[in-house]
Design a protein around this ligand. Structure first.
Ligand SMILES: NC(=O)c1ccc[n+]([C@@H]2O[C@H](COP(=O)([O-])OP(=O)(O)OC[C@H]3O[C@@H](n4cnc5c(N)ncnc54)[C@H](O)[C@@H]3O)[C@@H](O)[C@H]2O)c1
Length: 298
C-alpha cells in the first residue's frame, strides 16, 4: 500500500516497535504530513492561503509526528518555525528542516530536554534571539507516554517523568514566552482524547492531558482580555513515532477510530493552523477534537 493509502477506511499500520523516543524515518509506512484525504480515498496536497504570513512559531516536539506536520503546514502558510526536540531525534529534525525550507520558510533547530525548567528558559531566549524579538505562536506539543495496565505497577518515577515531560514544560514555556507576545499571538497546547475517555492503561499520561485542558482554560481566562488566545487540540489515534515506541502489540492492533483508520499528522496539523490564524479569532479556552469521529463530552 502506498503511503497515501493510509487515508482509506480499514487501513491499519502493521504492529511494529521502536526504542524511545522513536524515529519517524523508521516508521512503516511513513506518516503523512502535508496531504489531506479526498472523497475517493486518495490524497491531495494541503492548500495554503497565506494564513500565517510573516508569523514566527515555536513548536516543541517539532521534529516528527504532529509537530512536524504542524511545522510544515505553518511554513506553507508563511510562518518561520523554531522546533525543539531530543538529541536522539536529530535525523528526523534535519528532515523536517529540509521540508520546511522546501516551502520557502526558515526552520531553526534546537535540541533540548524540556523536563529541565532551565532548558525551557534557554529555548525561549534562543527562539526570541533567532526570531529578532518576535514570537507569535507557541505550540506546546512534546510528550511522553508508556503503557501500564495497573496502578500497582505504575512506578512513582514514571508518574513524575510523565508530569515533568507533559505538563510542567507547557507551564514554563508559556510563562517565559508570554512577555514577548503581542496581542494577536496564540498558544496552542496538544492534549489527547485520553483526557476525555480516561484511558486506563495510560493513567499518568491521561492525568497530564486532563491537566493540559484545565491549564488551557485557566490561562485563556487570564489572557483573553489582553488579546492573546490560548486553545488546545485533543487528537485521537494518530500514526506517529510515539505509537510504536510506547504501545503494546494488542494496543497497536486496536489503534483505530470510528472512521476505520488512525488519523494522519496532517489531519491534526490543520487544527493547529486554524487555532493560530485569525480564522479562529473568537475562539479561546476551547479544545478541538480531531479524533476520527469519537463523540466525547467536553
Ligand atoms: N499519536 C497519537 O496517537 C496522539 C494522540 C493524542 C495526542 N497525541 C499528542 O501529540 C503530541 C505529539 O506526539 P506525536 O504523536 O506526534 O509523537 P512524536 O513522537 O512524533 O512527538 C513527541 C515529541 O515529544 C518530544 N519530547 C518527548 N520528551 C521530550 C523531552 N523530555 N524534551 C524535549 N522533547 C521531548 C520529542 O521531540 C518527540 O518528537 C503529544 O503531546 C501527544 O501526547 C498523540
Amino acid at each position: 500500500m502506498s503511503d497515501k493509502g493510509q487515508f482509506q477506511q480499514g487501513h491499519q499500520p502493521e504492529v511494529q516497535h521502536q526504542p524511545l523516543p522513536g524515529l519517524e524515518k523508521n516508521l512503516k509506512p511513513r506518516p503523512i504530513y502535508d496531504h489531506l484525504p479526498t472523497p475517493d480515498g486518495g490524497a491531495q496536497l494541503y492548500k495554503a492561503a497565506g494564513k500565517l504570513e510573516g508569523k514566527k512559531a515555536i513548536i516543541t516536539g517539532g521534529d516528527s509526528g504532529i509537530g512536524r506536520a504542524t511545522a510544515i503546514l505553518y511554513a506553507m502558510e508563511g510562518a518561520d518555525v523554531f522546533i525543539a526536540y531530543l538529541k536522539e531525534e536529530q535525523e528526523d529534525a534535519d528532515e523536517t528542516k529540509k521540508l520546511v525550507e522546501s516551502k520557502g520558510r526558515k526552520c531553526y533547530l534546537h535540541t533540548t530536554d524540556l523536563r529541565d525548567r532551565g532548558n525551557c528558559k534557554k529555548l525561549v531566549d534562543e527562539a526570541v534571539k533567532k526570531f529578532g524579538g518576535q514570537v507569535d505562536i507557541l505550540v506546546n506539543n512534546a510528550a511522553y507516554q508508556m503503557m501500564v495496565e495497573d496502578i500497582k505497577d505504575l512506578s512513582e518515577d514514571q508518574w513524575l517523568q510523565t508530569f515533568n515531560t507533559n505538563i510542567h514544560p507547557y507551564f514554563y514555556l508559556a510563562k517565559y514566552v508570554l512577555p514577548h507576545m503581542k496581542p494577536g499571538s496564540t498558544i496552542i497546547n496538544n492534549a489527547s482524547i485520553n483526557a476525555y475517555i480516561g484511558r486506563p492503561d495510560l493513567l499518568d499520561y491521561t492525568a497530564t492531558k486532563g491537566a493540559i485542558i484545565s491549564f488551557t482554560r485557566g490561562l485563556s481566562n487570564q489572557y483573553v482580555g489582553r488579546g492573546i488566545r490560548v486553545n488546545a487540540v485533543a487528537p485521537g489515534p494518530v500514526w506517529t513515532p510515539l505509537i510504536p515506541a510506547t504501545m503494546t502489540d494488542d494496543a497497536m492492533k486496536q489503534f483505530t477510530s470510528p472512521m476505520g483508520r488512525p488519523s494522519q499528522p496532517s489531519e491534526i496539523a490543520t487544527c493547529f493552523v486554524f487555532l493560530a490564524s485569525p480564522d479562529s479569532s473568537s475562539i479561546s479556552g476551547q479544545t478541538l477534537h480531531p479524533n476520527g469521529g469519537s463523540i466525547i463530552n467536553g
